[in-house]
Design a protein. Structure first.
Length: 173
């Protein structure tokens, strides 16, 4: 939240005028207004996955605003009013962003082989199938899975699958 206020105060990418978010690019500003108007009216314009809006800072650097809906169908049907209708996340556009597996490996201090086994568990299946796919003994995979459990706190293969799914970003297209 502090970074958001700092970004608004700096006025390089986004600003605030009379409590309304504004951008320096007229087209992006119009898109931003339409997006939030649609979200607050319960419009499906931003969909359940949200949308990305391109932004340009004063210095020409490019950013992306990801707008995610906060008004689920259940909330609308209940007729309960909420002050917030969408959440917006802004980040600098970059050519290289770390992939989910790279982030997982850094977070849990996984070796390259442990990461390869983790991804194989998710994509291939159980221990015998992973051993066959990687061309190693079942006991080798069991050893790596045991280390994965130690490092991640999981105790079942489904825990490893959930862990990887939890690192998937809702902001990806």
């Amino acid at each position: 939240m502090r970074r958001g206020h700092g970004m608004l105060n700096a006025g390089e990418v986004l600003g605030s005028v009379s409590g309304r978010l504004v951008t320096r690019d007229k087209q992006a500003d119009r898109m931003l207004r339409e997006t939030f108007a649609g979200a607050s009216n319960g419009d499906a314009g931003i969909g359940v996955k949200g949308i990305g809006l391109p932004l340009i800072a004063r210095n020409g650097e490019r950013y992306v605003a990801h707008v995610l809906p906060l008004t689920s169908g259940a909330r609308r049907r209940a007729g309960v009013a909420y002050a917030a209708s969408a959440a917006m996340f802004v980040r600098k556009a970059a050519m290289e962003n770390p992939s989910a597996p790279e982030v997982i490996a850094r977070t849990y201090h996984l070796t390259p082989t442990e990461l390869r086994v983790l991804i194989a568990i998710v994509e291939v299946g159980g221990i015998p199938e992973v051993a066959a796919a990687l061309g190693v003994a079942v006991s080798t995979i069991k050893t790596h899975v045991g280390r994965l459990f130690e490092k991640t706190g999981g105790s079942r293969q489904v825990d490893l699958v959930k862990l990887v799914a939890g690192f998937a970003t809702p902001l990806a297209a």
